[in-house]
Design a protein around this ligand. Structure first.
Ligand SMILES: NC(=O)c1ccc[n+]([C@@H]2O[C@H](COP(=O)([O-])OP(=O)(O)OC[C@H]3O[C@@H](n4cnc5c(N)ncnc54)[C@H](OP(=O)(O)O)[C@@H]3O)[C@@H](O)[C@H]2O)c1
Length: 315
């Protein structure tokens, strides 16, 4: 698109790209051919193509056709920008991030299964900017029932990108009037339910904007999250923001599916009545450690974000 816009101005110019231009036909023809045709003289590359099938192809091809190529410029920063793509292309799975607003004692609600505003407006604004960058959001039916959320991206002055809204609802308990099913949004809502749920309701729910997927349950009777994540990947979803609630976070963490966290801590204690940020039917001890962590303030909240490292905390 940039080369189309530049037209003849590209002749003799330098091209700065995050990712090594591809040298093969995928969804688009080879980028290298387009670069050669445009008359670009020099290409500066952030990250070499992580696709195991094409390593080195693009840069070498450009060099062999007389173009000057520099690689690895601001590599760390570029790698950060394209993390979902790197995870997807190397594992065929999406990057999965967990987001929660919680009290200092780790509660995401103040009364079990009830809606509560925990974090402030500055954090809420940042959450909408986060949504703008993800391909899909995941919530459990408990959250849909408690909060009746829209799950759209709302950024003042900008039409944000709405992620696909994914709801985990084994028995199709969702209210047919739930706001998430009727949101004014370019994106669809996908409901994952178990194999035995009422097909008449599933048929009523299905529309141009709502898809219902029936998936197997694991031995614990819960929807098989590993399978759902693979299904999302098969639908070209490269990044997923898991927004809760407690049980959904618990299962994603128990299965070690979370790569990254965004935890917004509000400066108060929630007490004993609400949901803890991770809950599970069977007790499990999580040895999840946050690495490369950063702390930032949003109003009176503190965001802790970082990558997840699974391992034995005792070692
Ligand atoms: N502060 C925050 O950031 C935040 C964000 C979201 C929600 N919340 C709060 O969290 C509370 C809701 O949490 P919750 O734990 O009750 O509900 P939840 O995590 O939203 O949903 C849990 C339900 O999802 C269904 N589900 C289907 N497959 C599942 C799977 N593989 N793993 C886990 N769940 C699966 C199950 O119901 P079925 O068996 O019927 O399918 C399960 O009971 C509410 O109070 C809400 O306000 C807070």
């Amino acid at each position: 698109m940039a080369l189309d816009q530049a037209g003849e101005l590209a002749r003799g110019a330098e091209l700065y790209v995050t990712l090594e231009p591809c040298n093969h036909s995928g969804r688009t023809p080879p980028c290298t051919q387009r670069i050669l045709a445009s008359g670009i003289r020099r290409v500066v590359i952030g990250v070499s193509d992580p696709n195991p099938r094409v390593i080195g192809g693009g840069a070498d091809y450009l060099r062999s056709n007389g173009i000057s190529v520099d690689e690895g410029v601001l590599e760390e920063q570029c790698r950060e920008l394209i993390r979902p793509f790197i995870k997807y292309i190397t594992t065929s799975l999406p990057l999965i991030a967990m987001k929660a607003g919680l009290t200092l004692d780790g509660k995401i609600s103040l009364k079990r299964g009830r809606r509560a505003t925990i974090t402030g407006p500055e954090s809420h604004r940042f959450v909408h900017r986060l949504r703008d960058h993800y391909d899909a959001l995941v919530v459990g039916i408990g959250t849909v029932i408690a909060d009746d959320p829209l799950l759209t991206t709302r950024i003042p002055g900008k039409r944000g990108n709405d992620p696909v809204r994914v709801i985990l609802d084994t028995h199709l308990r969702i209210d047919e009037d739930a706001r998430v099913l009727h949101a004014d949004s370019a994106a669809a809502t996908w409901i994952f339910c178990g194999p035995d749920c009422a097909s008449a309701k599933a048929d009523r729910l299905r529309s141009e904007k709502v898809r219902v997927f029936s998936v197997a349950c694991g031995r614990d009777g819960k929807l098989d999250l590993d399978r759902i994540v693979r299904l999302l990947a098969a639908e070209n979803i490269m990044s997923v923001l898991v927004e809760g609630g407690a049980r959904v976070h618990g299962e994603f963490i128990k299965r070690q599916l979370v790569d990254r966290v965004y935890l917004f801590y509000a400066p108060f204690f929630g007490g004993t009545g609400g949901n803890s940020v991770i809950e599970c039917d069977e007790p499990f001890s999580s040895s999840l450690r946050i690495t490369r962590s950063k702390a930032r303030r949003y109003g009176s909240d503190v965001l802790i974000e970082g990558d997840v490292c699974y391992g034995n905390l005792e070692t």
